[in-house]
Design a protein around this ligand. Sequence first.
Ligand code: ADP
Length: 263
Amino acid sequence: MIPDLIANARKIVFKFGSNTLADKEGKINHDFLTEFADQAAALIKSGKQIAVVSSGAQVAGLSTMGTWARKRDIHYRQALCAVGQVELMGAWRRAFEKYSLHIAQILLTQDDFGDPIRTLNMRNTIFTLVDEGIIPIINENDTVAVEEIKIGDNDNLAAQSAILWSADLLILFSDIDGLYNKNPKEFPDAELVGEVRDIDEVRKNISIGSANNFGTGGITTKLEAAQRAAFYGIPTILAHGGRPRCLEALVSGKQQGTAFLAN
Ligand code: ADP
């Protein structure tokens, strides 16, 4: 199912959670970014178009401004994201430039999606960038979005971006292989749900555990995102970003994941 979904999609939005982008020391994992860029470049060469939704500004900020780690003040946390966003984009730029691919930064807030003129501008900009072979790297504008720091919601941002761009597929890379009937981090016997057709139904049959270190929305926002995208006919794949050459492995069917099908 997952290889078919990818094969049939021309426009794909990839979302990376903070846990996927950070290494064990809590710094941006440059090797991971390079490995993804290598696989994405091959995908683009094969005729597909991509956009990326990237978390990780706070993580990148912390590794730059280490002494701010204990600061809880909201302005410091927003300032941290402002510092980290530069680091994050620098890391993405370096990863893609090896393949002569340009990236572009797009920072959005929930408000932007509620305003028809802004929405149209965002849509046109993404279309223009992608048509020119540039990879949009989208993130929440943390400097103005207080809510993002409190609840975090890049899964929903990725779904909204996929809808905005009329994407064919949304791929959420996290630090788990997919949706389980219970939190796999707490229960080693948790079972992977390979395919979901009805998200309301699946919610009744699974238990939702807490999120991770840097993670914010947990599995709840991934289900919301998949449901949102499915409503617009866009299927979602939830898969582990930490597996070796995860994108190629999904394409070839070597890696498992959860496929949320759109009706
Ligand atoms: P990300 O940074 O990739 O967005 P999160 O930490 O926010 O990741 O969310 C993923 C985490 O959700 C997993 O690492 C897992 O521990 C947790 N989780 C809780 N319940 C479940 C479940 N039923 N199935 C899968 N993951 C779950």
